[in-house]
Write a protein that binds this ligand. Sequence first.
Ligand code: S3P
Length: 171
Amino acid sequence: MIVILIGYMGSGKSSIGKRMARKTKMKVIDLDDFIVEKENMTVPQIFENKGEVYFRKKEREYLKQLLQASENIIISVGGGTPCYGDNMEEILKSTPNVFYLKASVETLTKRLKKKKEERPLIKNIANDDLQDFIRKHLFERNFYYMQSHQIIDVDDISRKKAVKKIIKQLS
Ligand code: S3P
């Protein structure tokens, strides 16, 4: 079984994935971590030294590798992963368990204000402009995110509760 967690930056994909793995004893892989390990550079370093196009190329390549898995695995992908090339198509083809962790613009803004540094796409956006940026960006990305099989509203629930909901909706 493959479970895929998608959602905007700051929606809790990685931490919910890890918690779910502990609970289910499934293996978990975070696509960003996988890229970092394979490329031997952090995500900001890849963006800085090689550019976003290179990052997206590698993201796509490693995503495809991970989707070949035959074991029980939870994959948390990057916020942009479903939105490039045919990634979302490939994701949807690989499993009936694609979950969109949906957070509001307000929640995301609050969370990301504290975590901009490690995220090249928002690093240089002033805190005062962040909410508008996220609103527009999310609007564009929603087209992809909303194709998920299940939507989990993560605004007002704990990570523990989110994991419970995901497990309940597995097919
Ligand atoms: C990105 C999200 C990041 C990372 C990269 C680009 C995006 O992952 O892949 O900085 O395009 O939204 P997280 O969603 O895990 O922060």
